[in-house]
Design a protein around this ligand. Structure first.
Ligand code: SAM
Length: 280
């Protein structure tokens, strides 16, 4: 088979593959979406591409055609022999049978310099996978991922809109974000209930803002959004600091504690965090 003619539906039929809902299995059947993911990821011939969840390998095949090397991580036992049979002959392809939340990405990356992650992510673990890939500091140049529309909108959100929250701030701390396209349920088998979005996260060399204590900043952010309709003061009074000191930190940061979390920019959270860490 020509790798460009790799067809999801034919393979599902050939192997009598049974989809598992609990593994988030919605396979792409639309070539234009596959092309847009590969183009959007800007896959080049010297790239190592790591793919999470290859399914029967439709996106994988396109990646194998473009990249220096493709390493795909698949959890489902039933998909391993299918992928080995259909794609095992390509020397630039290797398969890891494991959970993407447990894999040691540094081991896969090794000395490679141009590393990109490309995936149609299983939706039930989208957020933990993104958080892990960003927080653990792996040297990905970019992550081009298909995720639920609602999660992509949260990632890409600006202050003062309802989607803005701790996920927006976490991703935007590490990356520039760019929406590539929307994908409707008819592009998959079986059809998911919601629209999806392909989004690219370009990892920055340095986080977008400077902050003395990253963990403290994210603790403040989490607290600020825990009680969405309450003021910052209500959310942050739990951070273990006497009331007077916390008020002093707000004053020093020039931030009114009566504001709501969703009105603060990433820079303002960093400034507040630095003032809190100085005074506590
Ligand atoms: N890439 C294929 C496509 O686009 O047609 C399949 C994408 S499907 C949305 C998600 C894939 O991730 C499935 O193959 C599923 O078995 C796999 N998967 C689910 N949980 C996983 C995990 N924790 N680690 C690795 N793969 C996982």
């Amino acid at each position: 088979m020509d790798i460009k003619d790799y067809k999801t539906q034919e393979l599902v039929k050939k192997y009598n593959f049974k989809f598992s809902k609990s593994l988030g299995q919605n396979f792409l059947i639309d070539d234009s979406v596959l092309n847009d993911i590969v183009d959007g990821a800007d896959v080049q011939e010297d790239d190592l591409v790591i793919e999470i969840g290859p399914g029967v390998g439709s996106l994988t095949a396109q990646l194998i055609d473009k990249a220096k090397k493709v390493v795909s991580i698949e959890l489902d036992n039933d998909l391993i022999p299918i992928l080995e049979t259909e794609l095992g002959q390509y020397e630039n392809f290797s398969l890891i049978h494991n959970d993407a939340l447990k894999v040691d990405f540094n081991e896969i990356i090794g000395e490679e310099n141009s590393v990109k992650l490309v995936a149609n992510l299983p939706y039930y673990v989208t957020t933990p996978i993104i958080v892990r890939l960003l927080k653990e500091g792996y040297k990905f140049k970019s992550l081009t991922i298909m995720i639920q529309k609602e999660v992509a909108e949260r990632i890409d959100a600006e202050p003062n809109c309802k989607e803005y929250g701790s996920l927006s701030l976490l991703v935007q701390y590490y990356c520039n974000t760019r929406i590539i396209r929307t994908v409707t349920p008819s592009c998959f088998i079986p059809r998911p209930k919601v629209d999806s979005i392909v989004i690219r996260l370009d990892r920055l060399d340095e986080p977008k803002v400077k902050v003395k204590d990253e963990n403290l900043m994210f603790e403040i952010i989490r607290n600020a959004f825990n009680m969405r309709r309450k003021t910052l003061w209500n959310g942050t009074k739990f951070i273990g600091m006497p009331k007077e000191k916390l008020l002093e930190a707000y004053e020093k940061a020039g931030i009114d504690p009566k504001r709501r979390g969703e009105t603060l920019s990433l820079q303002e959270f960093a400034t507040l965090s630095d003032c809190v860490s100085e005074l506590r």
